[in-house]
Design a protein around this ligand. Sequence first.
Ligand SMILES: [Co+2]
Length: 298
Amino acid sequence: MQINDYNQAGKIAAEVREMVRVKNYVGKSVYEICEEVENEIIKHGAKCAFPVNVSINEIAAHYTAEPNDPIIITDSDLVKIDLGAQINGYIADTAVTICQDTQFDGLIKTAEDALSNAMSIIKVGIKASDIGRVIEKTIKQSGFKPIANLSGHSLDQYTIHAGKSIPNIWSIGGFSLSENTAYACEPFVTTEKGGGFVRNGKIKNIFAINSRKKTKNDEADKLLDYIWEKFNMLPFALRWITKDWEEKKARDLLEQLINKKAVQAYPVLIEINEQKVAQAEHTFIPNENGVIVTTRSR
Ligand SMILES: [Co+2]
């Protein structure tokens, strides 16, 4: 448990998130946004814990820009920006939803309220199901629906999903939160027309190493070594590889690594009724007195 590294990563992630919150990205491309936000994380002295996710409207999560991605933000787009900073592998994971159209303010505020209500009850020993209950209650009281099959997660060094889930709905049983463990809490909210679930989409543009077992293709193995050296087990995007590898070559080799199960590809997650989704997220560490929210605004 490196509390100082967690705190430093959290401070940087919070500063970048608050910078993003007040931006107007209308007319900008998803590629420009990803590169700009990632460069801010690096300028602040951290590394990216994963490619910045820019998930628009009914896409709840896991979209990042392709190399030179042409998608442009419009003034009615509900844009979730989920970003991660890491110091020595200790991760801060945080997200904000922005939209220039005020008709979605309620959806955005509800995600923020659900998150702050959840943070207000955290202490060592609290049950994950109680966090889910508070999130679900806050969202339903506002007339919206939580996304039941998305959840927060425990974190570990160089590990985004360390095995425990922080639910966004109440469910029976579950575990109690430990001292000196970092967790991310991330309520996702959709409208009453939403199904309250996400499904996998066809697009996959976030990847992570699954196994370092050799594929017996020299070039593919060379790419696998490159990925391990640069990103360890953390997620990466094709954009991050094409700085050093020719794009077509990188795509071919990455495909081979995925087929050999050396690399895993994560699909985008889409609301089942294609309704808009808002998200808010903090990283926190429970303690005896309550909680350290590493990604709080200072
Ligand atoms: Co996140």
